[in-house]
Design a protein around this ligand. Structure first.
Ligand code: Q9C
Ligand code: ZN
Length: 336
């Protein structure tokens, strides 16, 4: 399978994240991409599609903020990685925010996603990596894999969080639809709910979002991904959340997968975007499902059996030593 990649993604390397009341080493490391690279073999270089596909999904002011945030942090006399400390739980009024700390809070929802001097470039090329995988599928490939980092599914139209800045899967899905490749569906199989993707398309009747993830009653991102979230307004019925309990293994995963695949087939999907996280692996250090390496091959075989052209976008997965082999197990399913 074609794998797309850009080395500029590796420069994003925050030092610490706020987790369970303290600072811990940042989990979403450049080494993640390196281990995947060594396991999946040669890659195709990302091509530059410019800002338009990003601006189709993200607010202009948010894109501006991402590009200047670290510079403004340094200009305010700070050192190291930029991170907020106050978040607006009130309705987000269109205030004219100037201080960097106010803007960091306004455009994020957690203390786990610092911005470095290289974050914008890495996120930009992560999105371009995803768009280049879409090119391959639009040109007739059955499937293509975008080796994206930073990941994307927690990023909304105007917010970052969960190690994510630009929503690569949403950018690909919107661009695929624009090119007339729809109906487009997004299947998110990362351990964590894809809150950003859900928010971006919540009111959109013309985009199916299906997610299998850890129950937000126990797991991040807590405030999204509950089974009763089915879409908003005209989009009611085009969001399907399938939360599962901690400890879920392949036997427990399959009934949810059956429901997800049935919904995607019933939608008449002609282009599938897969938000693929390997953090459902039993050995993941920050997650609590129990899938084994062979289960990733089984999962991929079920997706491939849909027989729909698929763009696979890398999301999470933090068992770094095993991550490359787990991703390869997913991509090597003969059915692709
Ligand atoms: N330090 C993805 O898998 N952990 N993101 C909560 C923050 C956040 C995971 C504590 C997990 C985000 C793409
Ligand atoms: Zn995840």
């Amino acid at each position: 399978m074609i794998t797309t990649f850009d080395p500029r993604q590796l420069a994003h390397a925050p030092k610490l994240e706020l987790h369970n009341g303290g600072w811990t080493d940042y989990n979403e490391t450049p080494a993640r991409a390196a281990t995947i690279l060594s396991a999946v073999g040669p890659t195709s270089a990302a091509r530059d599609h410019g800002m338009a596909p990003l601006a189709a999904v993200h607010d202009a002011a948010y894109l501006d903020f991402l590009q200047v945030a670290h510079r403004d942090w340094i200009a305010a006399g700070r050192e190291g990685d930029a991170i907020g400390y106050t978040w607006p739980v009130v309705r987000r009024r269109n205030l004219d925010l100037t201080r960097i700390d106010a803007r960091l809070g306004r455009y994020s929802y957690d203390g786990g996603t610092p911005i470095t001097a290289d974050s914008w470039s890495a996120a930009y090329w992560s999105a371009q990596t995803a768009l280049t995988a879409l090119d391959a599928v639009a040109d007739g490939q059955r499937a293509a894999f975008a080796l994206c980092r930073p990941p994307g599914h927690h990023a909304g139209a105007d917010y970052l969080g969960g190690y994510c800045h630009l929503n690569n899967a949403a950018i690909v899905a919107a661009e695929a639809r624009r090119q007339g490749l729809g109906p487009v569906a997004i299947l998110d199989v990362d351990y964590h709910h894809g809150n950003g993707t859900q928010d971006i398309f919540a009111e959109d009747a013309d985009m199916l979002f299906v997610s299998i993830h850890a129950d937000p009653a126990t797991d991040y991102p807590f405030y999204w991904g509950h089974a009763d979230e089915t879409g908003i307004g005209a989009g009611v019925g085009t969001t399907l959340n399938l939360p599962l309990p901690r400890g879920t293994d392949w036997a427990g995963y399959q009934p949810a997968l059956d429901r997800a695949l049935a919904a995607i087939a019933a939608y008449g999907t002609r282009l599938l975007v897969v938000s693929f996280g390997a953090d459902t692996y039993a050995g993941d250090p920050i997650s609590h499902f129990a899938l084994q390496r062979d289960d990733f091959t089984r999962l991929a075989a079920r997706l491939a059996a849909l027989d729909v052209p698929s763009v696979i976008v890398m999301e999470g997965g933090y068992a770094t030593a095993e991550l490359g082999d787990n991703v390869a197990a997913f991509l090597d399913a003969s059915a692709w």
